[in-house]
Design a protein around this ligand. Structure first.
Ligand SMILES: [Zn+2]
Length: 320
């Protein structure tokens, strides 16, 4: 059965790569929807991105949606954190998964009994294809407006092209950003209040989102921690990102200092999310609460980063 589902999804991906992201005739007129601008041109998922997706099966593995806490819900595939925050006045979606798989996220949202058109805003953690790849499609299908960090907006609007680290390796349908925000900006979206913390490095506009979710009288600080990894990044003498090292240092300190009751992440394993979900299912009602989780992630990421930086500095010296 799993194989069949995987095959069906893969077929969907291939078909989509040929006709990708173009509305079928009879679909609603999108001319008035500014979010549609990114989907006007057919998008063909390139071989490099198809390989990237195939190499990470969890990014497209189905996951039943569920309540994380209060008005915060998990609606992503198993391996990519996509979060829905609900309110009377409209819902917020954070991230959109890989290109071609927005329908999986949409099905999860519908499974919760939520109408796609009640999503009013889509936020982004960072402008890489595994988190922004489905955003144009989701914006189109929901009618939501995209709000993103000003420093990642050009990359989103280029559809991932000319990434400082990946070049044109992992493009996705360009995302039209309706509103930009900067570090520390507080978004009041209907009844919801979310804060954007710039945590640059992984991308220039990498963002950690925080908000509060309540159950009865207990309100907890939710943190969707921005990625702090630097996978094979050029940290020294990077002409496209000269401030990369100081940006990472800033972000490690910021994440470590955040009030953090329930750590979430674009990649759930960053904060041992599934282990904590399993513990909760086994009866530990508060297993998702981990006030040290953000600090622990920042500490581990900083240690890896510093090892990588030391190695690259030694290589740079030996070349001279
Ligand atoms: Zn990334």
């Amino acid at each position: 059965m799993r194989l069949l589902i995987a095959a069906a999804l893969l077929c969907g991906l291939i078909v989509q790569s040929a006709r990708a992201q173009v509305p079928a005739s009879g679909q609603k007129n999108t001319a008035n929807n500014p979010s549609w601008t990114g989907l006007q041109k057919p998008f063909r998922i390139p071989a490099s991105e198809r390989k990237n997706i195939a190499n990470h099966p969890s990014w497209t593995a189905p996951q039943k949606p569920f309540r994380i806490y209060g008005n915060t819900w998990y609606v992503g595939p198993r391996g990519l954190g996509v979060f829905l925050v609900t309110a009377r006045t409209g819902n917020v979606l954070i991230d959109g998964g890989v290109p071609g798989y927005a329908p999986l996220i949409e099905a999860n949202i519908r499974d919760l009994g939520i109408n796609l058109h009640d999503i009013k805003w889509i936020l982004n953690s960072h402008a890489h294809s595994d988190h922004a790849g489905g955003m144009a499609r989701l914006a189109h299908d929901t009618g939501a407006q995209v709000i993103a960090n000003a420093a990642d907006t050009p990359l989103l609007e280029r559809g991932g092209h000319d990434d400082p680290e990946y070049g044109d390796g992992f493009p996705y349908p360009p995302v039209h950003v309706a509103r930009t925000m900067t570090d520390g900006e507080i978004l009041h979206l209907g009844d919801l209040v979310l804060t954007a913390h710039s945590t640059p490095g992984h991308t220039k506009g990498n963002t950690t989102w925080t908000w509060t979710s309540c159950e009865d009288q207990r309100c907890l600080q939710m943190v969707d921690v921005g990625s702090l990894s630097a996978p094979d990044y050029k940290l020294i003498g990077n002409p496209k990102y000269s401030a990369i090292v100081t940006d990472y240092e800033h972000s490690f300190a910021l994440v470590a200092a955040l009030p953090c009751d329930i750590p979430l992440a674009p990649h759930p394993e960053m904060v041992d999310f599934w282990e904590r979900v399993t513990k909760r299912r086994q009866g530990d009602a508060d297993a998702l609460i981990d006030p040290a989780g953000c600090r622990a992630y920042a500490k581990d990421a900083r240690a890896s980063f510093e090892a990588q930086l030391t190695k690259q500095a030694a290589e740079a010296t030996s070349v001279k």
